[in-house]
Design a protein around this ligand. Structure first.
Ligand code: SF4
Length: 375
């Protein structure tokens, strides 16, 4: 397939792996965080960790939107469907995420709540048009990649004078989360593999203040195995040469300024929340979007009274520490036993971008052997 198979060429992968091996300093180690869950899966799926020297380590970051959504927000969404009787429209990867009491959207739907799986916010708009007597709430979730589409749905609803469509907004921002990780004690990182899809929207320039302040190299990387390997080589070179820069390996898609129109839509529709709770990171200042007050008619949090609640995570689930990059799935005693993709106890096992799901799919036997050896 053009523009895909070229980036999976085994001979080129081997030559990049050889170049990395030649350039790493055997006297030191390198810890690179791949912020994005899509990179985590690429690394596992293509065995990238096995292609780089053992002193190059990947630290899995919090860039999986489903994984970082705190349980309380999921409980709030369930309340909208169960108590307020709305049609709740949501992306498929939210359906099995466990909420309080092991409830999920799937079990709530089985119990009678009207929860529909959609592929885009436009599907939710169509639901609103087709059901004029019902309120339709779209669960907006994701990083800067999905925020513009949610914004466009709100602008379209306003243009079409739809009075039965609103959004439960959970969109979050990448740079503040990266800053939170960098400022946290106890995590030693030598650089970031920067997100690819997010960067198509916000542009490479969005990371320059962060890199200047914290002095960690960043390479914006594509999702194919050659992209990841080339980005690792670029990071190794930066570290070895003492450079601390933003470099753009994914230049076939990402520009310095990003997508101007998408950023305009974000600014037109959304304001910044003063703070937002992230699973694993806790409260992160100015890290999430809220719908602007002038568009409150399309804001589910303004339209419906959502109750205060105390949601409790599964006690032994290590998702929060895994999302901060300080633990791995093998450190969770539930991995592969009580917690599997069929019976997920935490969000990291549900989402296709979650670390636990990646380890389970691609490294289950090894991970469980390591767990047994450690017992
Ligand atoms: S294996 Fe399951 S319970 Fe353990 S950290 Fe991962 S998601 Fe949480």
């Amino acid at each position: 397939m053009k523009y895909v198979s070229e980036f999976r060429d085994p001979a080129l992968a081997q030559s990049l792996a050889t170049a990395i091996a030649r350039e790493v300093d055997p006297a030191r180690s390198y810890a690179f965080m791949e912020f994005c869950g899509g990179h985590t899966h690429a690394i596992f799926r293509y065995g990238v960790q096995d292609l780089v020297p053992s002193n190059v380590r990947f630290v899995h970051g919090p860039g999986c939107p489903v994984c970082v959504l705190p349980m309380r927000r999921l409980d709030d969404a369930l309340e909208l469907a169960e108590r307020h009787g709305v049609i709740l429209a949501t992306y498929g990867d939210m359906m099995r995420v466990p909420g309080s009491g092991r409830r999920s959207m799937l079990t709530a739907r089985g119990a009678g709540a009207d929860i529909r799986m959609v592929y885009s916010p436009l599907d939710a708009l169509a639901l609103a048009r087709d059901n004029p007597g019902r309120q339709v709430v779209f669960m907006g979730i994701g990083f800067e990649t999905t925020t513009p589409a949610t914004g466009m749905a709100i602008l379209t609803a306003r243009a079409q004078s739809l009075t039965n469509f609103s959004v439960f907004c959970n969109h979050v921002l990448t740079p503040p989360a990266m800053e939170h990780v960098l400022a946290a004690p106890g995590i030693a990182l030598d650089g970031f593999l920067g997100p690819s899809h997010v960067s198509t929207v916000i542009g490479a320039g969005a990371y320059r203040p962060l890199v200047a302040q914290y002095g960690r190299p960043m390479v914006i990387a594509g999702f194919e195995p050659l992209d990841v390997l080339q980005s690792v080589l670029m990071l190794v070179r930066q570290v070895n040469e003492g450079r601390r820069e933003v470099e753009n390996q994914y230049s076939r898609v990402v520009t310095e300024a990003g997508n101007t129109r998408a950023k305009e839509v974000i600014e037109e529709v959304f304001a910044l929340r003063e703070t937002f709770e992230w699973r694993g990171l806790g409260s992160v200042p100015r890290s999430a979007r809220a719908i602007r007050p002038e568009l409150a008619d399309f804001d589910a949090e303004a339209r419906f009274a959502i109750s205060e609640k105390q949601s409790r995570e599964v006690k032994s689930c290590e998702c929060p520490a895994i999302l901060r990059g300080v633990k791995q799935p093998k450190d969770c005693k539930l991995f592969g036993k009580a917690c599997t993709p069929e019976t997920p106890m935490g969000a990291c096992m549900v989402s296709s971008e979650g670390s636990c799901a990646a380890y389970y799919t691609y490294r289950r036997a090894e991970t469980m052997a390591e767990m047994e050896a450690a017992e």
